[in-house]
Design a protein around this ligand. Structure first.
Ligand code: SF4
Ligand code: SF4
Length: 139
């Protein structure tokens, strides 16, 4: 059984050996798809996990006790450039620099290949120009 998880770490938990624990204690195979981790800042990790349904369920229960938030990583961010006024508000909350303003033109650009699908930019946009598809709340 495979699932994609999007983990959000509070700053005080970014040094926790989470992937090691998931592998060692729950016998999960883990593929890190994208990561944005730093000391003393909120961290994000997009992982593909493979294991038995029971192991995945137990691992999920453990993760929730740690204070690490787990959402389904099965989502895609959609930027509607026709609604966008290039104010830059979304760039301030993007941990992966997937949203950025061109320093010469001051126009927004979106790089889907960098996106962690964390969803932080969605409420940050005053015009509703950013949405997501297939997002499931809390796995
Ligand atoms: S969902 Fe939005 S804020 Fe999160 S990484 Fe993707 S573009 Fe950046
Ligand atoms: S916050 Fe919305 S309107 Fe502003 S640059 Fe980002 S997508 Fe465009």
């Amino acid at each position: 059984m495979k699932e994609k998880w999007f983990l959000t770490f509070p700053p005080e938990l970014t040094e926790e050996p989470v992937t090691y624990t998931l592998i060692k204690n729950y016998d999960l195979r883990i593929n890190i798809l994208r990561a944005s981790i730093g000391l003393n800042v909120t961290g994000n990790l997009l992982i593909l996990i493979d294991g038995t349904p029971n192991a995945i369920s137990e691992a999920l229960t453990w993760l929730k006790t740690t204070g690490i938030n787990v959402d389904s990583g099965d989502s895609q961010i959609i930027w509607n450039d026709e609604l966008c006024v290039h104010c830059g508000a979304c760039t301030a909350v993007c941990p992966a620099k997937a949203l950025s303003l061109d320093p010469k033109t001051w126009l927004l650009s979106f790089s889907p290949e960098k996106c962690l699908a964390c969803g932080h930019c969605i409420p940050a946009c005053p015009l509703g120009a950013i949405t997501n598809q297939k997002r499931r709340e809390n796995v």
